[in-house]
Ligand binder design. Sequence first.
Ligand SMILES: [Zn+2]
Length: 124
Amino acid sequence: MPNAKQHAIVGAAVGVGAWYLYCRFTERPLDLGELLLAGGACAVVGLLPDVFEPAIHPNHRSILHSYMCAGLLSYGTKWVWENPTLDRDQKMHWSVCVLGYLSHLIADGQTPKGLPLIRLMGDN
Ligand SMILES: [Zn+2]
């Protein structure tokens, strides 16, 4: 089971990578401060699933650690990108945070316990 440090490192790498690619493909100047902020934000968001559902027992993974949650976040991201009131940077900020959250779910999904498709608190 990945621990908090591993989730933070993976999240930071995902955030830095996503922001780098965003700047590269949109020909946006790459700013070191923004790059570090994306990595830091993604690292923090990458810890949230275990903040919401602490790993205090083997069956701690519930709805916020589920494939359904990943699907809803992905759909939310689609909605954000279709929203004409948000500018491109705002959309990318959202996307970087979602990628941080998804990095946690993907890492947890690689463990023998995996992720539930959908599971409410109390189900076993
Ligand atoms: Zn977790």
